[in-house]
Design a protein around this ligand. Structure first.
Ligand code: SAM
Length: 282
C-alpha cells in the first residue's frame, strides 16, 4: 500500500472485527437506511435497501456498463446494483474478510461472472484510467481524511463524462456543546471515521479533484432514525462479537453510535460528481 498505510490498517481492522455485527444490525449492509418518502420504511432492512437504491439510481446506469463500488463492504450493494441494472461491477475494500464475503455472496447468487472484488485502497486503485462508466461509494469516503485524494483517484478510473455517487457525513453548523462534540469524537474513534467537512469545504475538495458537483443533497433527517434502530439491533446481536469485545467496550461503542444519531449539527450528504467530458470543460 503506497498511501497512508497505518491509517488504512486501522480502518481495515475495524471492518475485520465488526463486519458481521454491522451487517446483522444494518439489514445486511454496512450503511444506514433511508426512512423518508411518502411511505417510509418500517424496518432497517427495507430502509437500507432504499438507501442503496437511492444511490444506485443516481449512477444512471445502462445495461452492459461498468460500475465500481468504492468501499464495497460485504458486496451486498454491489450485487444489488449489478443485478438491477445488468452491469458489470467491481468492488474494492481494505478488508480481506469482506472480499471473501463478497465473493461468496456473488457465488451464492450465481453472479460470480458479472462481478469482481479486490483488496485495494481507494486512493491508489489497481485499475487503468477511464475503465468505469460510474462509481458509487456508500459511507466509505468518510474514512479518508483527504477527500480530494479519494475523489481524484476515483476520477482517474472514471471515463470522461462518468459520474460518482457518494454518501458522506457533512457538518451543517458548528457543534458548540462539548458533550455533543465528544459523542462525535467517540464515534469517529470507534469507526475510524475522518473529521466531517462543511458543505462548502466538501464541494471545494471535490472541485480540487477535478470533478464537477452535480448534486449535493442532505438527507440526514431521513437517515438519522437508522442510528437508534441499528443500536437496538446491535444489542440484540451482542453474541456476534462475544469473543472480540468486552461488555464495557461493546456498550460504549453502541451507546456512542446511538447518540451520534442525535447530533443534528451533522447531516448525511448524497454527493453526485461528474468527470468533465472534455479535459478543459468548465
Ligand atoms: C461503512 S462500510 C460501507 C460498506 C458498503 N459501502 C456498504 O454500504 O455496505 C465502509 C467501507 O469502506 C471501506 N474503506 C474505508 N476506507 C477505504 C479506503 N481507503 N480504500 C478502500 N476502501 C475503504 C471499508 O473497507 C468498508 O468496506
Amino acid at each position: 500500500m503506497t498511501v497512508d498505510g497505518s491509517a488504512a490498517d486501522s480502518v481495515r481492522d475495524v471492518y475485520e472485527r465488526l463486519t458481521d455485527l454491522m451487517a446483522r444490525a444494518m439489514g445486511g449492509y454496512l450503511h444506514g437506511g433511508y426512512f423518508g418518502g411518502p411511505r417510509p420504511a418500517t424496518t432497517m432492512a427495507e430502509a437500507a435497501d432504499r438507501l442503496t437504491d437511492l444511490v444506485v439510481e443516481r449512477c444512471e446506469l445502462r445495461p452492459g456498463q461498468r460500475l465500481l463500488d468504492v468501499g464495497c463492504g460485504n458486496g451486498k450493494a454491489t450485487l444489488r446494483a449489478a443485478a438491477a441494472h445488468r452491469v458489470r461491477a467491481s468492488g474494492i475494500t481494505l478488508s480481506d474478510y469482506q472480499v471473501r464475503l463478497s465473493r461468496e455472496l456473488a457465488a451464492q447468487r450465481g453472479m460470480a461472472d458479472s462481478v469482481d472484488f479486490w483488496v485495494a485502497d481507494m486512493r491508489d486503485m489497481p485499475f487503468p484510467e477511464a475503465l468505469f462508466d460510474a462509481a458509487l461509494a456508500i459511507e466509505s469516503v468518510c474514512h479518508v481524511p483527504d477527500r480530494t485524494a479519494a475523489y481524484r483517484e476515483i476520477g482517474r478510473v472514471l471515463r470522461p463524462g462518468g459520474r460518482v455517487v457518494v454518501t458522506d457525513f457533512v457538518l451543517r453548523r458548528p457543534i458548540e456543546d462539548p458533550a455533543r462534540k465528544a459523542v462525535v469524537q467517540a464515534s469517529n474513534d470507534n469507526f475510524e471515521n475522518a473529521p466531517v467537512l462543511t458543505r462548502e469545504e466538501y464541494q471545494q475538495a471535490v472541485a480540487d479533484a477535478g470533478l464537477r458537483v452535480a448534486e449535493f443533497t442532505d438527507i440526514g433527517d431521513e437517515v438519522w432514525p437508522s442510528f437508534a434502530a441499528v443500536a437496538d439491533n446491535m444489542r440484540r446481536a451482542r453474541d456476534v462479537v462475544a469473543d472480540r469485545m468486552s461488555d464495557a467496550e461493546f456498550r460504549d461503542m453502541v451507546d456512542s453510535l446511538e447518540r451520534f444519531g442525535t447530533v443534528t449539527e451533522i447531516g448525511y450528504a448524497v454527493v453526485v460528481a461528474r468527470k468533465p467530458a472534455q479535459p478543459r470543460e468548465t
